[in-house]
Design a protein around this ligand. Structure first.
Ligand SMILES: O=C(O)C1=C[C@@H](OP(=O)(O)O)[C@@H](O)[C@H](O)C1
Ligand SMILES: C=C(OP(=O)(O)O)C(=O)O
Length: 430
């Protein structure tokens, strides 16, 4: 699919979609806690659908009722011995240790860019926990056979926090006692806060977080969950960050459905927006953002919130001066190698981006030109180029526009509803 986006301004009230990070964790936690959970405001992205499919494959009954999702579970009980993770990095990394709670062999597969994303962590760590694990040289498909036994272990958290999320969920489900997960070089730390928050919300055992270096399970038992749990999935700061940036540059939006106290990493988008001088008012019920001021360059460290690079590149393109975003090394293993993809695709619109070690240096304020760019099958590249296109000197064609489905299938419709001039066609050129 192609999106043709013309220069436009956005106005109105915007409601953020459900966070896929929160939704996928909620699916896992509902499977693990057992009994009945009803998810309110469930996510509808491809990654959310993958997580729902996975918990079915792990034995849960999932029913959609009047815009909610009812999950009934008796714990991890694999059905059919296969897990399909779609293109979701979080799903493969979080659900693999959960599948390994069972004594049955489970084969884990994925699609698209996921088949190139590293999983060596499991080859190293799972055998130390009594799990037999065979990967395709550190890639999918994976075969695991548990049952996983929580033990003291030291793991590497530098490539991705998602492995640790999976491990902590598995330890909590196995009611780990007197064991410690030690982590070296953890990145994307707020995602672990979100994991711990979800464990807490679902009544699962929560380890003590010692400076993101040790996660300590004490000797207490966790009381069994009894009552039905109704869980509202929180709004998505990651998807909304594109609209926050768009409003700061080209319009005026009242953004609702975001929890300003959320542990989500991408809430940090407010910092560079404030630093560059965006006109904003942040309240607990809504965030108002509008354009109208010349924005200045900013310096921001995105090591712990790497998904903010794409929207922040769109922001930096229109900020006057040289903006610097730190944390480039975190982008190598996303849906695309995002540092290079951003450099190449924004380059087509006339933006100069330099990559220097861990720094992305963006020379903004010179205006962008309408061009033909590709999402490179990466949802966040499609959304970032769309935001940038709103201020370009002519129309921009974004090929592979369907990529947004991974996290935010309503993205194009929402942009249109807020006043963007855009059309979608089914041309499959990518
Ligand atoms: O746990 C999560 O929900 C995620 C963690 C982050 O990954 P890393 O920990 O690999 O940085 C983030 O980039 C990804 O989109 C979602
Ligand atoms: C990298 C992402 O997700 P995941 O790692 O879960 O595939 C993302 O949403 O940008």
């Amino acid at each position: 699919m192609e999106a043709l986006v013309s220069p436009s301004t956005l106005t109105g009230i915007y409601r953020a979609p459900a966070s896929k990070s929160a939704m996928q964790r909620a699916c896992a936690a509902a499977l693990l806690r057992g009994g009945v959970t009803v998810l309110q405001n469930p996510g509808v992205s491809d990654d959310d659908r993958a997580a729902l499919g996975i918990i079915r494959q792990l034995g849960a009954q999932v029913t959609e009722i009047d815009g909610t999702i009812r999950i009934e579970s008796a714990g991890v009980q694999p059905v059919g011995g296969a897990l399909h993770c779609g293109e979701s990095g979080l799903s493969v990394r979080m659900f693999t240790p959960l599948a390994a709670l069972s004594a049955e062999e489970v084969t884990i597969t994925g699609a698209g860019s996921l088949v190139r994303r590293p999983l060596d962590f499991f080859d190293t760590v799972l055998p130390q926990l009594g799990v037999s694990c065979h990967s395709n040289d550190g890639l999918l498909p994976l075969k695991v056979r548990g049952p996983l036994q929580p033990r003291d272990v030291t793991v590497d958290g530098s490539l991705s926090s998602q492995f640790l999320t999976g491990l902590l969920m598995a330890y909590s489900a196995a009611a780990a006692r007197n064991v410690t997960v030690q982590v070296e070089g953890l990145n994307s730390k707020p995602y672990i806060d979100l994991t711990l928050q979800v464990l807490q919300d679902f009544g699962l055992k929560v380890p003590r977080n010692e400076q993101y270096e040790r996660f300590v399970y004490d000797d207490r038992d966790q009381p069994p969950a009894t009552n039905e749990l109704s869980y509202p999935v929180e709004g998505d700061w990651s998807g909304a960050s594109f609209l926050l940036v768009a409003a700061a540059l080209f319009g005026s939006l009242e953004i609702r459905g975001l929890d300003v106290f959320s542990p989500q990493a991408d809430k940090a988008v407010l910092q560079p927006l404030m630093q560059c001088g965006a006109i904003m008012s942040v309240r607990t019920d809504a965030i108002e953002v509008r354009s109208g001021k010349k924005l200045d360059a900013f310096h921001f460290n995105a090591t712990d919130c790497p998904d903010l690079f794409p929207p922040l590149v769109a922001l930096a393109a229109y900020c006057h001066g040289t903006s610097v975003i730190e944390g480039v090394s975190r982008l190598a293993h996303k849906e695309s190698n995002r540092a290079l993809t951003l450099q190449e695709e924004f380059g087509k619109m006339g933006l100069t981006i330099e990559l220097q070690d861990d720094l992305m240096i963006i020379r903004g304020g010179g205006g962008l030109k309408g061009a033909t760019v590709s999402s490179r099958h990466d949802h966040r590249i499609a959304m970032a180029t769309a935001v940038a296109a709103l201020g370009a000197d002519g129309p921009t064609t974004i090929t592979g526009a369907e990529a947004v489905g991974k996290s935010y299938p309503d993205f194009w419709r929402h942009l249109q509803q807020l006043g963007a001039t855009l059309s979608l066609t089914d041309n499959p050129r990518a």
